[in-house]
Write a protein that binds this ligand. Structure first.
Ligand SMILES: Cc1cc2nc3c(=O)[nH]c(=O)nc-3n(C[C@H](O)[C@H](O)[C@H](O)COP(=O)(O)OP(=O)(O)OC[C@H]3O[C@@H](n4cnc5c(N)ncnc54)[C@H](O)[C@@H]3O)c2cc1C
Length: 473
């Protein structure tokens, strides 16, 4: 008898090194592959905007997948709705014996996947879920007494020791035979048709979707990996991989990246591996302490109240605070959907400790804008910068945006790119026009670029007093 498998792809938009798909193709004669545009995720976006860079990226990636499947004699299934209804319905329509998917560790995904699995099993089918999205799942890296790690360094040591000195992680090969036919070739002809199907307008990005581009970028980055340790802090240099977008949506696998790091004998590669471990650390923190979604990880800050100024919040979102590095970073985020790690740290510190805006408001804004938005990493990054998270920057460590600007954008190249109105300023004036001794005659502060919306020194004092009052006795 012909066996039929249904593989549900979600944030693993690729056809190589894919645990669920690999197993599905091994165990079944006919393999159907489906992607569901989840209303619970798209609804809130749609209520605010008509186009979204993440939806664009996902559609481009799905079009690429479908093209490969068509070349193999099949095609992708596409649905739009609630996966809890859509997956069991499709499994029923196809007469699937088994359903396969890769595990996702966000609270919403865990709830959703449990509901889907219960229904599938209730209908007499088998369900299999796989570790794919991480090297080690949260429960695999715990302290000897089985409690979760709260500090990064011992967690990363345990993570590396668990690797056991291997230089190559095993991958999950996919052989595309017996691929079934989806029923929506009409919407899968091109990205625009697919976007229209989900009710979005095009919003092209600097990150073309798909595995081909993800793997190409990985290979280019690997060539310069030795320099990562020194180049990674400078936003105007190509020092970091910018692969977060591809990793987030699974166009490349975590094993694609880790294997590059393990095979590269350089301190740069070791440093890069540490960053990949941070990603799994934050997944683990969120998994064991899901309440960090709304509350500080450190209990002592649970009573911390910051009265967010809506005016400051608006200036922060628009990149109009009068602090050039902050403004360039925010405009970069608004225009491209991506921000350099150094800038994410400086911006989040500035928002929470200088503008005294509630960290949730900043975190939320990033969650709408980042194409690489990852619940756990974003939450971890904001709590770290605000000084309230696990293993966070101490509350008295407040980045000075002007000093950061002079150190990491010394010639002002990054600022000039995103704040063109400042391009006439020289590399001394550009970091803080308000305190420059002279400015070009044609440039008028307050008219061409805002005065700083706050006095950094005054706000810093306020922050130290507010955060300091929450110190342990
Ligand atoms: C306030 C704040 C918010 C953040 N929000 C996100 C987010 O929503 N999504 C996201 O993927 N990362 C987030 N980060 C982490 C980090 O800034 C990005 O992963 C990084 O900038 C992506 O660029 P890259 O791919 O060039 O990184 P690289 O330096 O090339 O690093 C390789 C990969 O390691 C992971 N990584 C690197 N640094 C971190 C880190 N500090 N924490 C967790 N993972 C890391 C990412 O997957 C990244 O792609 C945030 C950091 C801060 C401070």
């Amino acid at each position: 008898m012909t066996s039929i498998g249904l593989c549900w792809i979600r944030r693993d938009l690729r056809l190589h090194d894919h645990a669920a798909l690999s197993q599905c193709t091994l165990e079944n004669d006919v393999v159907h592959i489906v992607f569901i545009f989840d209303d619970a995720i798209l609804g809130p976006i749609k209520s605010k905007v008509t186009s979204d860079k993440r939806v664009q990226f996902i559609c481009e990636s799905l079009i690429e997948i479908n093209q490969v499947l068509v070349a193999k004699g099949g095609s992708l299934w596409i649905r739009h709705g609630n996966p809890v209804d859509e997956i069991p319905k499709l499994a029923h329509e196809l007469g699937a014996d088994r359903v396969y998917f890769n595990r996702d560790y966000s609270p919403y995904a865990i709830r959703r996947d449990t509901l889907v699995s219960d229904r599938i099993i209730g209908e007499g089918r088998e369900v299999y879920s796989f570790k794919d999205h991480v090297v080690f799942e949260p429960t695999e890296i715990v302290k000897p007494d089985t409690t979760p790690y709260r500090v990064f360094t011992p967690y990363s040591r345990a993570w590396i020791s668990q690797l056991g000195g291997v230089h190559q992680l095993p991958t999950f090969p996919v052989i595309l035979n017996g691929i079934g036919h989806g029923d929506r070739s009409d919407v899968l002809s091109d990205t625009e048709s697919l976007l229209k199907f989900v009710g979005f307008e095009p919003d092209p990005t600097l990150f073309p979707g798909g595995s081909v581009e993800g793997l190409r970028r990985l290979s280019v980055f690997a060539d310069g990996l030795s320099a990562y340790g020194t180049e990674r802090e400078y936003p105007s240099r190509a020092g970091t991989s910018k692969l977060s977008v591809y990793l987030r949506h699974g166009c490349i696998s975590i094993r694609d990246l880790v294997n590059v790091a393990l095979n590269h004998p350089s301190p740069g590669a070791q440093k890069w591996l540490v960053e990949l471990i941070w990603r799994e650390f934050y997944q683990a923190i969120f998994y064991f302490s899901p309440w960090v979604n709304d509350r500080p990880f450190q209990d002592r800050y649970k009573g911390l109240v910051l009265t967010t100024s809506e005016d400051y919040l608006a200036c922060f979102k628009a990149g109009m605070t009068g602090f050039p590095l902050i403004d360039a970073a925010m405009r970069c985020l608004n225009q491209t959907g991506w921000m350099h790690n150094r800038l994410r740290m400086v911006v989040a510190s500035f928002v929470t400790k200088i503008l005294l805006i509630d960290w949730k408001r900043g975190e939320r804004y990033f969650s709408f804008k980042l194409i690489d938005y990852e619940l756990q990493s974003n939450n971890g990054g904001w709590q770290w910068a605000a000084g309230i998270g696990c293993d966070a920057a101490p509350y008295f460590r407040i980045f000075n945006p002007t000093t950061q600007s002079k150190t990491y954008d010394p010639d002002g190249d990054f600022i000039r790119e995103f704040c063109p109105e400042l391009s006439r300023l020289n590399s001394q004036q550009i970091h803080c026009p308000a305190s420059a001794k002279t400015l070009p005659e044609s440039f008028k502060l307050g008219r061409d670029y805002p005065y700083p919306i706050v006095d950094y020194a005054v706000q810093r004092k306020k922050a130290l007093a507010i955060y300091g009052s929450h110190r342990p006795d």
